[in-house]
Ligand binder design. Structure first.
Ligand code: NOJ
Length: 527
């Protein structure tokens, strides 16, 4: 059976930073609409837009105070309907961000909930009676400190897995589920093609609120993190039946879901895959393990092998190197004059592997992490942990559309500074250059569209390549493609022949027989 989300390339837009249309320095929905032709030309099929619902923006939209309305900073419902319509004309789908582990503390539900112990919304959040200073348990907030906040008016604690301005909903209350499912349907009826589910494995907490076991080493995003095993506040079994119900609702609309499976560094592919169920839970899940690999063919081969195995032949992997929470891959793997070559190799891996690829805005240009001075910080994580952790502003800087002062992003003052290299690294310059990273992405996406093997094929590792080369075969019926990626900065001899379909270093149609040299960082697709 054909599933559009299996064959799609999905592009994540961080709306504050994509395109400003009204000069207030913050990107908006009309700005996205202005850039649809660019996205169509790039070749992507669907856009996941980070949250645009009404929000007081303590966590820049990941704290929602009205699930059925658009935040005025991003535009109006009319703008949104117009975006859906314009996108549909270009055969582009729109995915929203569903942030329902928690709401904003300014959501009317929470305002009611905290107003009195007898309020009908009291049980929509997780409250614990107590004495000030005696925390209900040892759970930590991902953003630091205790996950419990004292509320003076009703002399109780409420739970917040992130900021105290982001109280956690109580998913054990059936009224919460009913309301959220109806909010989901509200957007499906407006033409939304699916959702990215924020921290999907956090909705349920242990019913007895047991203490998490301590942990003595390790890293957790955002670093530094007060260490403990999240035995009781994450990944509870109750999530699976809930996802099965959500899947039924989404499938009714041929819509999809991709879940952010939150976990300990460096991630766990089996845990991510467990939320796919038996093709009956999430459509896709993010495994972030790949983001934390060192630059080596072995490291990438291992991570891909584990992820393919975890998903198995039935379930479908997602492929992701970047998002709004992690430093950009270009900066992670920068290596002087070889940085662009490395980025081309990684783009090849992303766009020729088995699974649905996700591109983060600007990734197609090789955008770097921006340099943000302390006084320019916006992200609460950076503000809290500077300088140990600069937070997530560096990966959220404005999209550089052209080489002018404000990069074509805004006519006003951009909410975060543009990257220093905007005069050289921008869309206009790269569109004009057939050798640019942007042109390379376009070629890869086009090839993926033409090739059933690249879109739908099986995946098997190529045996016997040289130590620094990661190779794999994709096959669907008669279409068979081999991909070879040379991670080394020196030539590598390989003996896997074929006809060149696309290569960073040689011409289409070149015939390679046995024993030839892959150039440093060469990425090659053979037929
Ligand atoms: C994960 C999101 O990706 C991140 O940006 C946000 O801060 C937390 N969830 C809380 O919603």
């Amino acid at each position: 059976m054909k599933h559009w989300w299996k064959e799609a390339v999905i592009y994540q837009i961080y709306p504050r930073s994509f395109q400003d249309s009204n000069g207030d320095g913050v990107g908006d929905i009309s700005g996205i609409q202005q850039r649809l032709t660019y996205l169509k030309d790039l070749g992507v099929d669907a856009l996941w837009i980070s949250p645009i619902n009404v929000s007081p923006m303590f966590d820049f939209g990941y704290d929602i105070s009205d699930y059925r309305a658009i935040d005025p900073q991003f535009g109006t419902m009319k703008d949104f309907d117009s975006l859906i319509k314009a996108a549909r004309k270009l055969d582009l789908k729109i995915l929203m961000d569903l942030v329902v582990n928690h709401t904003s503390h300014l959501h009317p539900w929470f305002i009611e909930s905290r107003s009195s112990k007898n309020n009908p919304k009291r049980d929509w959040y997780i409250w614990q009676p107590g004495k000030k200073g005696q925390l209900p348990n040892n759970w930590k907030s991902v953003f630091g400190g205790s996950a419990w906040e004292w509320d003076e008016s009703t002399e109780s604690y409420f739970l917040h897995s992130f900021l105290s301005e982001q109280p956690d909903l109580n998913w054990r209350n059936p009224a919460v589920k009913k309301q959220i499912f109806s909010d989901v349907e509200f957007w499906l009826k407006r033409g939304v093609a699916g959702f990215r589910l924020d921290v999907v494995n956090l909705y349920f907490k242990d019913a007895l609120l047991r203490n998490n076991p301590p942990r003595f080493w390790g890293w957790q995003y955002p670093r530094p993190y007060e260490l403990q095993y999240h035995t009781y506040d994450m990944s509870q079994p109750e999530m699976h039946p809930l996802l099965r119900d959500l899947r039924k609702l989404l499938d009714k609309y041929k819509a999809m879901s991709v879940g952010e499976v939150f976990g300990d560094y460096p991630g766990d592919p089996n845990k991510a895959a467990s939320y796919l169920g038996n093709f009956d839970e999430l459509h896709l899940a993010f495994d972030f393990t790949i983001m934390f690999q060192k630059w080596s063919s072995d490291a990438f081969a291992t991570v891909m092998r584990n992820w393919m195995r975890a998903c198995g032949p039935e379930n479908w992997p997602s492929l992701v190197l970047n998002n709004h929470d992690q430093g950009r891959s270009y900066s992670r793997y920068a290596s002087g004059k070889n940085s662009d070559a490395r980025a081309k190799l990684l783009a090849t891996l992303l766009l020729t592997s088995r699974g649905t690829p996700f591109l983060y805005y600007g990734e197609e240009l090789g955008m770097k992490d921006g340099t943000i001075a302390r006084h320019q910080l916006k992200d609460p994580v950076g503000i809290r942990y500077w300088p140990l952790n600069p937070g997530r502003d560096p990966q959220r800087t404005p999209m550089p559309w052209d080489g002018t002062d404000k990069g074509g992003f805004t006519s006003g003052d951009p909410w975060l500074p543009l990257n220093d290299d905007t005069p050289q690294r921008n869309v206009a310059a790269q569109l004009a250059d057939p050798e640019s990273l942007l042109s390379w992405h376009k070629k890869l996406i086009r090839l993926r569209k033409e090739s059933p093997a690249l879109r739908l094929g099986t995946w098997a590792e190529l045996e016997g390549t040289s130590a620094n080369v990661f190779g794999y075969i994709r096959q669907h019926d008669k279409d068979k493609k081999s991909i070879l990626l040379n991670f080394a900065d020196r030539p590598q001899v390989v003996s896997h022949g074929g006809t060149v379909v696309l290569s960073t270093h040689r011409k289409k149609g070149d015939k390679l027989t046995s024993s030839y040299e892959l150039q440093p960082y060469e990425a090659i697709i053979l037929q």
